[in-house]
Design a protein around this ligand. Sequence first.
Ligand SMILES: [Zn+2]
Length: 200
Amino acid sequence: MVAPSALVLHCDTCGDVPHRVLRGKVSGKDEVIFEGVVKCSKCEQVRSVMTREPRPIQVPIVVSFLEKSERTALEFSPDEEVDVGQELELGDTRLRITAIEVQGRRLEGALAKEVSTLWAKRTDRVRVKFSVNMGNRTVPHDVLAIPDEEFEVGDIVDLGKARAIVHHIRTAHRTVHEGRVRADEIVRMYGRVVRERTSR
Ligand SMILES: [Zn+2]
């Protein structure tokens, strides 16, 4: 096994900070054991260390986004705690755990090594429902947005083939006829299609 080029380790002077690995080796079967010489990135002290940590495990995870679910796996330290509501990162997407299955039962929390399947929802994108009046009919559209992106009454939204102007925005508590609302607070936006100019 190849030794990492840097490790976050505890330095008595600087706390938990990255250390550059000057030389070292990694061994172990159930544990990952690192032995080597490291240099603190802050105070530059050089010292020998040995660290051991449990080998990470792959936990199956079902990630849902819009109507699709995807089965994949996520790496955890075996004794790491997972909880419903916890935020995780998978590549460059963000997730929130929505359910934890342990031996056929749904639990609110468990250790990673006990988990048979995790369920999660993508939280870095939300779907904003947008009802667009096309003159004689109203057509539902889904607009993808990042959760803290804001929509404002009067905004022109690109729907691919058409563009529509936001007329009012409904949230769980009120209807907004003026001003802006965060994407993750929007229940539905209402608007009408805008006539396209044929030239720029
Ligand atoms: Zn230090």
